[in-house]
Design a binder for this molecule. Structure first.
Ligand code: PRX
Length: 656
C-alpha cells in the first residue's frame, strides 16, 4: 500500500450504519444480535457449529465428534457422512426451488444461459457418470482448467458428487504453471475447453493443456475432457481426449450422490506463499460446506428474491466458495459472467446488473479503482436500483474507492461488506454482517461468529488497541484448510509455528499486518511476508524470481512490489545479467514475456531494472526493504549498516 493510502486509512473516522429498513429485513438484525451470536460461538464453538450443521445441512449420517483438534490438524464432524453436491442440488429439488434459476450465465460474446436447480442437477449427474466412465474414482484428483462457463461449476459439482478431488487451475495460468499443479496433485483427468474468451480474444486452453501434458514421463493425466466453447479447430489425441458433449449424450442422468466422510478431501487449490513453489491448499467436505453456507447466508444476507453476483473467477477461492458452493448450498441464484471490463465494453458489469436485476454484488477493490478511472457516466447510464448490498474482497480497499462504491454504485443505500479472508481460511473471516454492524471505509470490521481473531506480536501476545501487529486466529473453524497437499510439515511451519505454540495452544498466522481500533474493528494493512497482491491476485516474489532466473540471460533476480494506484501493487524486478548479455529495452520485453510464459499474464513485471549487483547483507541476504523503497521512488531510510557494499545502493539510485 502507498504511504498516502495508509495515511488515509489511519485518519478514517466516518461510520455508516445500515438503514433501519435494511436491518429489519436482514438475517442478523442488530449489533446486539451479532454480539449474542458471537459470544455464544466463542463460549462453546463446537456447540455453536454443531447446531448449525444440524439445522442447515443434510447429512447421510450424523457425526460422532464435532471437533477432533490435534494441533495443528483439525477434523470436523468426525464420522459424519455428507455430500456437498447433494446439499447444493438434490435437497432443493424437493422444494419449490426445483425450477428456480440456480445459475445465470452471461457469455462474453453476448450469449447467455440459465440453469434451474433441476437442470443443473441433471448436467452434474451426467457429468459425474462421464467421469466414472473415464475411470475416475473416489479420491482421484481431477484438474479443471476452464473458462468462466457453466461447465466449470458442473465439473466441480460432479467431482464432489462422486468423491473425486477437484483441482481448479485459473484459466489465465500458463501451460508451465498448469503442468506444475497437475504434477503436484497427480491428476488423473483434466477438464478443459477448446478455448475461452478473455477480453475480446480467444485463449487456446486446450493447446495449453497439450503443452502441459507433453512430457509423458512426468504426467499422470490419462484422459482429457474438452468442452466445445469457441468452436475453433482443435486437435484431439485419440484415446486420451474426449469431447464433453459426446460423453454427456451417451451417459445416464442418474447418479446418486456418494455419501462422503466429512473429512474426505473436497478440493486442492494452489496458492502462492513467501517461499518455494505454490502450495496445494487442501479443503475437506463437511466443515467447508458448513462454513461457506453460513458465511454466504449471513454476510450476503441472501433470501429467495435475491440475484447474487460475485465477479471472481472460479479458478480462485472466491469463485469456489462464493460463486459455486456457498450460494448453491443456500438455494440462491448465482450469476456467472465470462467477460471482464475492457476498452471495447467498459460498462459491461453495469449491463449485467441491469439485465438480470442483480441485488447483491461482490467484487474486488482493484476493479472498483478501474471503474473510478473509467468515469461515473458508465454506471450512471444504467439502472442499478436493484442493488441492495455490495461486497469487496482480495485486498485492502482505500477509503476513496470505498466512498465511490458507496455513492455511485450503491446509491448511498447499500451497505458494503469488506470481507477479509484467504484461500487457506476457506471462507470469509472478518466482515460486517450487513444489517448489524456499522461500516467504516477501509475496515473489514468484526470477526464472523466462531472466529477468534486477534492482533498479536511474534510471541503471540495480544498487542494494545490501535497498535499494528500480525493478524492471527486463536481457535480452529470448520472452513480452515486441513493441510498442504502432500506436505503436512509445510502446513505446520507456514501457518502454526510462526507464532510459537504456548501451553499446547496454537495460533494461526495469516501473513497479514493489521490493527484493531477502539471499537474492536479490524483494519487489514496487507501482507507482511514476501507475497505480493497484484490486482487482487496473490503472487510469491520467489515464484517470479524463479521464472526470471530460468531465462539464460538472468544471473540473479529480486522482485518487490511497488504501490500502484490501480492494481494495488505492481511487480518490479531487479535483475543482474549473465556475462555476455547487455541490458536493453528488447531484453526487458523478452524477460517480461518469459515470466508470462512461465506463470501467466498476472505475473508480468511492470518494470525490469537492470543492475550490476543487488544490495545484500554480509550473510548474502538480499535487502528487499531497500529495493522496495527504490522501486517506490522513496528515500531509502532506516538502517543500512548491514549492507555489504554501500556503493551498490548508490549505483541503484543513479540507475533509477
Ligand atoms: O492479504 C490479504 C488479502 O488477500 C490475501 C489472501 O489472498 P487469497 O488467498 O488469494 O484470497 C483472496 C480472496 C479471499 C490476504 O492474506 N485480502 C483478502 N481480502 C482482504 C485482503 N486484505 C485486506 N482486506 C480484505 N478484505
Amino acid at each position: 500500500m502507498s504511504e498516502s493510502t495508509i495515511e488515509s486509512i489511519l485518519q478514517e473516522k466516518r461510520v455508516f450504519p445500515p438503514s433501519a429498513e435494511f436491518s429489519q429485513n436482514a438475517q442478523i438484525k442488530s449489533l446486539e444480535d451479532y454480539q449474542k451470536l458471537y459470544d455464544k460461538a466463542s463460549s462453546d464453538p463446537e456447540k455453536f457449529w454443531a447446531e448449525l450443521a444440524e439445522s442447515e445441512l443434510h447429512w447421510f449420517q450424523k457425526w460422532d465428534d464435532v471437533l477432533d483438534w490435534q494441533p495443528p490438524f483439525a477434523k470436523w464432524f468426525v464420522n459424519g457422512k455428507i455430500n456437498i453436491s447433494y446439499n447444493c442440488l438434490d435437497r432443493h429439488l424437493t422444494t419449490w426451488r426445483k425450477n428456480k434459476a440456480a445459475l445465470i450465465w452471461e457469455g462474453e460474446p453476448g450469449d447467455s444461459r440459465t440453469l434451474t436447480y433441476a437442470q443443473l442437477h441433471r448436467e452434474v449427474c451426467q457429468f459425474a457418470n462421464a467421469l466414472k466412465e473415464l475411470g475416475v474414482q473416489k479420491g482421484d484428483r481431477v484438474g479443471v482448467y476452464m473458462p468462466m462457463i457453466p461447465e466449470a461449476a458442473v465439473a466441480m459439482l460432479a467431482c464432489a458428487r462422486i468423491g473425486a478431488v477437484h483441482s481448479v487451475v485459473f484459466g489465465g495460468f500458463s501451460a508451465e504453471a498448469l503442468r506444475d499443479r497437475l504434477i503436484d496433485g497427480q491428476a488423473k483427468l483434466v477438464v478443459t475447453a477448446d478455448g475461452g474468451w478473455r477480453k475480446d480474444a480467444i485463449v487456446p486452453l486446450k493447446v495449453q493443456v497439450d503443452k502441459a501434458l507433453a512430457d509423458t514421463t512426468v504426467t499422470t493425466v490419462e484422459k482429457v475432457l474438452v468442452v466445445k466453447r469457441t468452436g475453433q479447430e482443435t486437435e484431439m489425441e485419440p484415446g486420451r481426449d474426449h469431447w464433453w458433449h459426446d460423453m454427456q449424450s451417451s451417459v445416464s442422468p442418474d447418479c446418486p450422490a456418494e455419501p462422503m466422510e466429512s473429512e474426505d478431501m473436497l478440493f486442492v487449490l494452489y496458492t502462492s506463499g513467501s517461499t518455494g513453489k505454490p502450495k496445494g491448499v487442501v479443503h475437506t467436505t463437511g466443515g467447508y460446506n458448513l462454513y461457506t453456507h453460513m458465511t454466504t447466508k449471513w454476510i450476503f444476507d441472501l433470501n429467495d428474491t435475491d440475484v447474487y453476483w460475485c465477479t471472481a473467477d472460479v479458478g480462485w477461492i472466491t469463485g469456489h466458495s462464493y460463486i459455486v458452493y456457498g450460494p448453491l448450498s443456500n438455494g440462491a441464484t448465482t450469476v456467472m459472467y465470462e467477460g471482464a471490463p475492457r476498452s471495447s465494453n467498459p460498462g459491461c458489469f453495469w449491463d449485467v446488473i441491469e439485465k438480470y436485476g442483480v441485488t447483491v454484488f461482490y467484487t474486488a477493490p482493484t476493479a472498483i479503482r478501474a471503474f473510478i478511472k473509467m468515469g461515473e457516466q458508465l454506471p450512471n447510464a444504467r439502472n442499478l436500483s436493484s442493488l441492495r448490498l455490495l461486497g469487496t474482497v482480495g485486498e485492502p480497499i482505500n477509503p476513496e474507492a470505498w466512498m465511490w462504491y458507496h455513492r455511485v454504485i450503491g446509491g448511498e443505500r447499500c451497505p458494503i461488506v469488506d470481507t477479509w479472508w484467504q484461500t487457506e481460511t476457506g471462507g470469509i473471516m472478518i466482515t460486517p454482517l450487513p444489517g448489524a454492524i456499522a461500516t467504516k471505509p477501509g475496515s473489514a470490521t468484526r470477526p464472523f461468529p466462531g472466529i477468534i481473531a486477534d492482533i498479536v506480536d511474534l510471541e503471540g501476545n495480544t498487542v494494545p488497541e490501535n497498535e499494528g501487529g500480525y493478524l492471527a486466529v486463536r481457535y480452529p473453524w470448520p472452513g480452515m484448510m486441513r493441510t498442504v497437499y502432500g506436505d503436512p510439515d509445510r502446513f505446520r511451519r507456514t501457518y502454526w509455528e510462526h507464532i510459537p505454540p504456548k501451553d499446547g495452544k496454537y495460533t494461526y498466522f495469516a501473513g497479514d499486518g493489521a490493527r484493531k481500533d477502539e471499537d474492536g474493528y479490524f483494519w487489514v494493512m496487507g501482507r507482511v511476508d514476501d507475497v505480493l497482491n497484484v490486482a487482487g491476485h496473490r503472487l510469491g516474489t520467489m515464484e517470479v524470481e524463479s521464472a526470471l532466473v530460468s531465462h539464460p540471460a538472468v544471473a540473479e533476480a529480486a522482485v518487490v512490489g511497488k504501490p500502484d494506484e490501480l492494481k494495488g501493487e505492481e511487480v518490479v524486478a531487479f535483475v543482474t545479467l549473465e556475462g555476455t548479455y547487455q541490458a536493453s529495452e528488447e531484453l526487458s520485453k523478452e524477460l517480461k514475456k518469459h515470466v508470462v510464459n512461465e506463470i501467466g499474464a498476472i505475473a508480468r513485471p511492470g518494470e525490469i531494472r537492470f543492475t550490476d549487483s543487488l544490495p545484500k547483507t554480509r550473510s548474502g541476504k538480499i535487502m528487499r526493504r531497500l529495493l522496495r523503497s527504490l522501486a517506490a521512488g522513496e528515500e531509502v531510510t532506516g538502517d543500512t549498516s548491514t549492507l555489504e557494499d554501500r556503493s551498490v545502493l548508490d549505483k541503484l539510485r543513479e540507475g533509477a
